[in-house]
Design a protein around this ligand. Sequence first.
Ligand SMILES: Cc1ncc(COP(=O)(O)O)c(C=O)c1O
Length: 397
Amino acid sequence: MSPTPQLDLASLRTHFPILARKNYLNSCSLGALSDRAEAYLDEFRERWHSMGASAWYEHWWGRLQLLRDRVADLQGAPQGSVALLPSTSAALSGVVDSVPQAAPSLAAVAGPGAAPPKRNRVVISDLDFPTLAYQFATRPELDLVILESVDGVGMDPQQYADAVDERTLFLATSHVFYATGFVQDLEALGEIARRAGAWSLIDGYHGAGQVPVDCEGSGVDFYTSGPLKWLCGGPGLSYLYVRPEITGSLRPRATSWFSTQDQFAFDLEGFHYHEDARRFEMGTPALPTVHTALGGQELLEEVGWETVFARNRALTERLMDRCHETGFSLRTAVTAEHRSAIVMIAHPDPRGAVAHLDRAGIIVDARPGHVRVSPHVYNTEDEVDQVVAELVRYRSG
Ligand SMILES: Cc1ncc(COP(=O)(O)O)c(C=O)c1O
């Protein structure tokens, strides 16, 4: 396998200092910091020194909007459909508290004139990240249904279709499962929820920046993502997409002066939700992260998303081949269309293996029963080979 043709990999790698120090294969925990992200951060710091609060009006306000717009572009979403929030958990919580108990299409399901039944069921899968489940587990009025994956790797959309019905308030699940890298079909999820009159809420933390995302085309109602992992922008922010057609009907109860139309009127009685997704914002976004996020995403945009996605696929296939050749079992999707660059290698002693790899200068992570390896566009074929070679060495004692 040769690198994707248009990519100057050696040059790209010089932008990420960690790559000269470590074999870094843990981008699904934290994407590497680039010199571009640092340059944005330096600019932020310099303006803070030189302008103080005036930088808000002349620069930083514009940076917030630039980031919202860039994320919308990346995710196939119209301008105005992305809000900045402090974390995915905060974004999910804001969404849950914003919906009327009955979804708008419920009237059609119930029939004209019928009193709509109360929707209180939420359908998720057992492969979702816990913070998604917790949003519903803490609300006793909601009935949380956790569907079980048959193979422990992915879900068949039919499982959702069978479980989502007129009692369902949310179909809430991941775009890409953190535990297995399995990529779900966004369009199918949106359609299953819509048909039953439920809301679709997608945790896309491992989607945006790793695999193509088309929020508008898929028709999902809500999609959360963030700069921390595949977008190489660091911790402190999350992105919330809200389908523009429904935004106006939503009333987030947890709110802030960033949610109101005339923020600088300072009118205690003049709260009017923004027309767009900003109605979900929860106060001043973390400006340092706004800057590192812009830098990280900009660099990847210059590489080109198709190249990023193609290279991640190629590195994943190579990693899997090396594992198969050396007798390691994997917890990954059988078909390529469902695979992503999160590779779970079954291991009897994941923590010991991760510590061994760390001593060899290789950074990966441990999850119960597995060593988790997640290459990104900037990794080399040799780095992928090296992690498997070291695992073989560890196995041989
Ligand atoms: C899929 C997924 N969702 C949510 C989270 C947690 O997000 P936050 O800490 O921003 O609430 C993580 C963290 O790694 C994750 O992997």
